[in-house]
Design a protein around this ligand. Sequence first.
Ligand code: HEC
Length: 439
Amino acid sequence: MPNTPTRFRYSRAAMVLLPAVAALAGAALFAQTPASRDTAQPATDIADERAPYAPDPNHLWNRLNRTLFIDSVAPGPILHQSDPLLNAPEGYLLKEQPNRIAVALLDEFLASPQTQAAHPALDRIFLQHDLWAAFDDLAWRPDNWVHLEKDAPAAFALRTRLARAIQILALSDRELTNLPDNYAQAIQSARFANAFDPAQPDRPFLPKDLFDPHGPWVVVDHALDAQLAAVHDDGCGGRAVHAVLLSLPGGRAVTEEYLADLSPGDVKNFPAGTIAALVRRMLTIDQKGNPHPTPITESIQFRVFLEVPAVPSDDFPHKQQGGRQSFFEFILDRSKLSANDGLRSLGPDEPRSLFNRTVQARGEKQMSTCIECHNSSGIYSMHSMVQQLTGSPSFHTTFRASTWEQLTQRHIYAKTKQFQWGLLQGIQESTRQTETQSR
Ligand code: HEC
């Protein structure tokens, strides 16, 4: 099973939520081998993913991208660009030949830092983002539970080079300020309806005011010292901010009041017409070496509650008694970001990818899976909240409205407390020191 090591990576909050979804997620992950990627997609998709950085497939960045992220998997479409494909098969980059090639390519990259730093900001931010994911993954080796000491030299060779490359690719303050907001782009383009239409329950929509702090969408937070979207956060290694947003019919005040009144032992369901959203926004590493927020939305999921029965039901998969919902997902399209078209709606036939977007499942379709995990009635299907309301008393808590700023700060703080972050910082600091001394 490619993902076994991540078992040890989950935070305490995630561990509580995991049992509820592990069976479903696990079943899908077992199916993920390199040969399992769906191949029935147009060749153009494959070409794009193999050469995203320059028309020449042999451009250094394309070769780097292929070697680190693509070569280990069978040809096929990449659904989510929010994380690179890293783990198929597990430990691929630590095997002798791929490791040697990857190290050589990184050396080629590091030999001309100024050339690399002169690439367009959007190319740099995405390559950095993927190298950061690779670094975090390699930081776990060796791990005495699942990995062997023999992997240590190969992991070390890559880590030290990746840390330096991540530094070189960092955007300047000015470039960070000028990053495009693909959500705002999508709204401006009017490509999607801006409200849910009950008469067309499958038509994708993007609310204009999703990020408006005074609008109807309330950013939900709780009083625990943990992320609300802990499972997704763990899946992306903390390299993005996840926010859960809720909108009840009647507007912001009604939603805020509902949240404030929610408490363990006194759970009232919300009415039909409520919509929940889960938004993921990208973090980057700036030139000072700090995590930095970006306006780039990597994914959004919506669940619209069309019917909310009074009694929650757990009899999945036999019947769906949790009412009716409409499901939607939008994802970042890196290649179209500079053309103001960087967010697209997921079609019904696209392959499944789970919390850890570094792997994709075979056969199953992403949009058909939502009901597997979210099959209960209304609030009882809200995995980010239900455990704190109905689970073990040690996780009981209250909820409140928060802001994107507060949430972002919390995510950044949590990221900087990870050991992978400390390792990255340590390598980067020692590289800086060596460079200063050799001047
Ligand atoms: C394998 C289980 C699983 C599947 C499949 C799944 N989700 Fe979720 N979803 C979760 C968990 C767990 C959370 C709670 C957030 C966290 O801990 O990261 C969540 C949270 C959400 C939220 C925020 C509100 C809430 O429930 O807490 C939305 C909206 C959402 N999911 C939509 C979707 C959509 C749309 C799909 C299908 C494309 C989907 N989900 C598929 C497990 C799943």
